[in-house]
Design a protein around this ligand. Sequence first.
Ligand SMILES: CC(=O)SCCNC(=O)CCNC(=O)[C@H](O)C(C)(C)COP(=O)(O)OP(=O)(O)OC[C@H]1O[C@@H](n2cnc3c(N)ncnc32)[C@H](O)[C@@H]1OP(=O)(O)O
Ligand SMILES: O=C([O-])CC(=O)C(=O)O
Length: 377
Amino acid sequence: MTDTNIHKGLAGVMVDTTRISKVNPDTNSLLYRGYPVQELAAKCSFEEVAYLLWNGELPTDEQLAEFVEGERSQRALTPELKAVIDALPVTCHPMDVCRTAVSVLGAQHPQADESSVLANMQKSVSLFAAMPAVVAYDQRRRRGEDLVEPRDDLDYSSNFLWMTFGEEAAPEVVEAFNVSMILYAEHSFNASTFTGRVITSTLSDLHSAVTGAVGALKGPLHGGANEAVMHTFEEITTSAGEGDVAEHAAGWLDAALADKKKIMGFGHRVYKNGDSRVPTMKASLDKMVKHYDRADLGELYTALESAMGERKNILPNLDYPAGPVYHLMGFDTPTFTPLFVAARITGWTAHIMEQLEANSLIRPLSAYDGPEERHLA
Ligand SMILES: CC(=O)SCCNC(=O)CCNC(=O)[C@H](O)C(C)(C)COP(=O)(O)OP(=O)(O)OC[C@H]1O[C@@H](n2cnc3c(N)ncnc32)[C@H](O)[C@@H]1OP(=O)(O)O
Ligand SMILES: O=C([O-])CC(=O)C(=O)O
């Protein structure tokens, strides 16, 4: 029998079980494999969290050493992938470069169509290792700068910043970057992860599923919002006339809401009383504001957040503090969502492997409301 209850956007629909993360809007908490994300962000490297997401347990010292060695050995761009990136116009969005890069890495992979647990784990680690070079090089080439080769004496976050900027980042910057990667790593059945699971459910390969997930993340209602937040800040700053920052932010917001615009970086499908990750990311933003001596950006952040709270009672999501953090670090605004990709590769691939453990083709129903049956004359 056809279920005529329509669940637009699948809102509130429980689609499957997962052991990877628990998003609890009642307690505003997020657990990765049982651990609160705040504890992981305070005490772990992103490499340890990636291992946890894939394997279900944090690594021992020996397991971590082996994992890190594998990751560091696969950091460099292959000449073929570099040539493909160079062939893409610098006018295309960096997310198009990420999507293409994942596809190329899949096509190059010796076990492209092999979906055993071992092959998928190897592919996941390779993608995790390779994405920073893609993101870093793409930003550099758009600035007319040369490729910076990876260094295997640096951890994931330090090396990412090294490859992007060609200099070693300050420890507090590395720390804030590491925290952002951990917070962005995983979030249950969000739109991009679900896309990856849908593709996997057809028994397609891991790179195809990740390619689709990158496409889903690009949209401004999902990962693209971190970039959009920075555009909002720029608009408020450039349109500022008389008055203080609170008035500018409120004036901009009133006009945007009057135009029925969605305010990027605010609201969430699951959290209605605040995103569990925001306080941790905001603490990193405060540190970066101090480090770069940019109190003005901190004030703008607070002004828009307060104005949105007063008018709509809608709270920020993770993209709201993450955008200005990446801006202060020196990333170009269109590079922000690719940074999210680099982090979410971990969650996506963990879900792809989980989907395959107990697969069922994902194929919901639709209620037809087109013309009644009719016939050609
Ligand atoms: C890491 C992430 O991906 S987090 C999400 C990042 N995305 C964004 O920041 C984009 C901006 N936010 C939004 O568009 C939404 O809040 C979403 C898409 C994230 C969640 O949307 P939904 O769960 O579908 O909520 P929905 O869109 O139905 O919103 C409910 C009400 O709040 C309003 N609302 C929700 N978010 C916003 C917002 N950011 N700006 C203005 N109004 C908003 C809606 O207009 C709607 O109002 P109405 O009932 O008067 O029509
Ligand atoms: O869970 C969601 O819908 C979006 C989100 O916050 C994420 O993917 O991190």
